[in-house]
Design a protein around this ligand. Structure first.
Ligand code: SAM
Ligand code: SF4
Length: 317
């Protein structure tokens, strides 16, 4: 479906839980979140109806996200049902990878074709610091398991944080020479609970091109990342700049939260509920949400913080 500004909306980011087994400092409060009541969240049946309704409006790419999608019971069944929906051509997932050693194979068999794995550092102490409770070897074992399972594409996503991992830009980028995967650097977005970080943490993606002078520019692939490659590498380096150079004019996505709110824009508090609706009601609500998608998300900076009204774990990134 085409929105009010001529953008073709073909990509649904669906959050299946707000819960997570990590507590990343830029994403979630230290104490976790107040667990919502079961009856406030979309049921599996409602979730599949929402995917069907979205597909009937022209959504062909689905990303399952969270919170951590792999902590959700029945996640493999949900992915299999989603992959079988008419019109859905691609089911992708964003995960912190820690539960992939057990789940990578079943997810691939269920029809998940692409994985984005969030990994901000390759240093065990820094990993514990940024995730507050995580263990780097769990995430690395998950990445290894994913590489063994024949996914069509694996991307490692690192949030770029000045004074934390800017010194690791070269070592993270080097992963694209050692493994068949892409590495993407994403600017830190100023969400409600990413307030621990001072202005120096908000590095523009140009920090990557400055530290990797040998990067070769690549043609865009239709996504939001500017693409580069290290000489001889198997995968691309992608730069995603939601803060320094927004990509709203090319935005093709819509979001549904685990509690059934359609978000036309990541950084707006506007939400429309589909909880409790039948499939036709969901279709109409999604249609209205697409038409209500704003032209852009407004200024974003350390001072002009996101107006999303939720933390990332409650949206899905
Ligand atoms: N738990 C999964 C994971 O970490 O991959 C999926 C959900 S997480 C909310 C989705 C993505 O949002 C992750 O790549 C994470 O790094 C990113 N994210 C969370 N908070 C962010 C922030 N303040 N700025 C930029 N990216 C953020
Ligand atoms: Fe959990 Fe992902 Fe948020 Fe980290 S970024 S706290 S892994 S939802």
């Amino acid at each position: 479906m085409i929105d009010s500004y001529g953008r073709q909306i073909s990509y649904l980011r669906l959050s299946v839980t707000e819960l997570c087994n990590l507590r990343c400092r830029y994403c979630m409060p230290e104490d976790g979140i107040c667990k919502k009541r079961h009856n406030e969240m979309l049921t599996q049946e409602e979730t599949i109806s929402a995917i069907r309704a979205a597909a009937s409006l022209g959504i062909s790419k689905l990303r399952i996200t969270g919170g951590e999608p792999l902590v959700k019971p029945n996640i493999v069944d949900l992915c299999a049902e989603a992959a079988a929906v008419d019109g859905i051509r691609e089911v992708c997932m964003t995960t912190n990878a820690t539960l992939l050693p057990k789940l990578a194979g079943p997810l691939r068999e269920a029809g998940v074709s692409r994985l984005n794995i969030s990994l901000d550092t390759l240093d065990p102490e820094k990993f514990r610091y940024i995730t507050r409770i995580g263990t780097l070897s769990d995430a690395v074992a998950g990445l290894d398991a994913a590489l063994d399972c024949g996914f069509e594409r694996i991307k490692v996503n690192a949030v770029l944080i000045g004074g934390f991992n800017d010194d690791e830009i070269p070592v993270l980028a080097e992963l694209t020479r050692r493994y068949p995967l892409d590495v993407r650097f994403i600017e830190l977005m100023p969400m409600v609970d990413s307030g621990d970080f001072g202005p120096e943490a908000y590095l523009p993606c140009t920090a990557v091109t400055e530290r990797l002078p040998g990067l070769e520019a690549m043609d865009p692939d239709g996504g939001v990342a500017r693409l580069y490659r290290l000489p001889g590498a198997m995968g691309n380096i992608g730069l995603i700049s939601p803060v320094s150079a927004h990509f709203c004019t090319a935005c093709n996505r819509i979001r549904i939260t685990a509690d059934g709110k359609v978000k036309p824009c990541l950084h707006s508090s506007d939400e429309i509920s589909i909880k409790g609706l039948d499939e036709e009601g969901m279709r109409e609500t999604l249609r209205q949400a697409i038409l209500a998608k704003p032209r852009w998300h407004g200024e974003l900076s350390y001072c002009e913080r996101s107006r999303a009204g939720r933390n990332m774990n409650q949206i899905g990134g």
